[in-house]
Design a protein around this ligand. Sequence first.
Ligand code: ADP
Ligand code: MG
Length: 265
Amino acid sequence: MSAQEPISVSFPDGRETVPRDGETVIHVEEIHKVYSLGETQVHALRGVTLEIKRGEFVAIMGASGSGKSTFMNILGCLDKPASGRYLLEGIDVASLDKRQLAAIRNRKIGFVFQGFNLLARTTALENTELPTLYARMDRAERHRRALEALQMVGLAERTGHFPSQLSGGQQQRVAIARALVNRPSILLADEPTGNLDSRTSVELMEIFQSLNARGLTIILVTHEHDIAQFAKRSIVFRDGKIRRDEGVARRAVAGEVLKTMPVIE
Ligand code: ADP
Ligand code: MG
């Protein structure tokens, strides 16, 4: 992202749900997950209990292999726990069939990964539009939503660019726009800054902080302590369990931190 291009982050007026701070959006209780690899079993989660309220910005930290991605996949309804309970906005996820699960995931959750997973021969706009194909919407509405989402991440000027014509940070912003296009209430991001240099990472955190300020609940996995400082709450996993869970004492403001960082040309 270039310094002269201001980030404008705003939700469109037509939001379906007005976020109410303080309402519980995620409630997990004694979640266990076991992977079977032939004879051996990996106990990836060993009893995770946690509550996340609307409007929170949570950073999940912990060593590699501590269960962070496993936990995110369960939160994102991409995988199911072996045992335990998961209520997503009060709905018991275990009670849903495959179709209902896909619908709820599509409507409520946006997912951002470390690898941007963009389609190479497809423009920023078309990449952003993809998740709307599963929603009941006409072409014009799809287009409008995708433009809005790209605007939210400051990429309104790059809609016709292909991924190869965009920097890493810009590609990750397209991935975020794609995650936002169905107007989810929760954004799950698993090491989204893993492939980015430090300034670009902080620029991404500026977008996350703006989105969070507008009511989006964010859960971010990172192994970088500096990145976790942009969240409001930090949770540390170890060996499939929550080791620590506390508020971020001196929260960093990405916009301020950026002023102290050199711009790389
Ligand atoms: P993290 O994201 O914190 O690095 P993961 O959730 O990816 O940790 O992994 C937790 C544990 O589960 C690790 O021991 C990992 O090797 C194992 N694991 C993760 N995914 C699978 C899988 N699909 N099959 C088997 N084992 C897995
Ligand atoms: Mg991981």
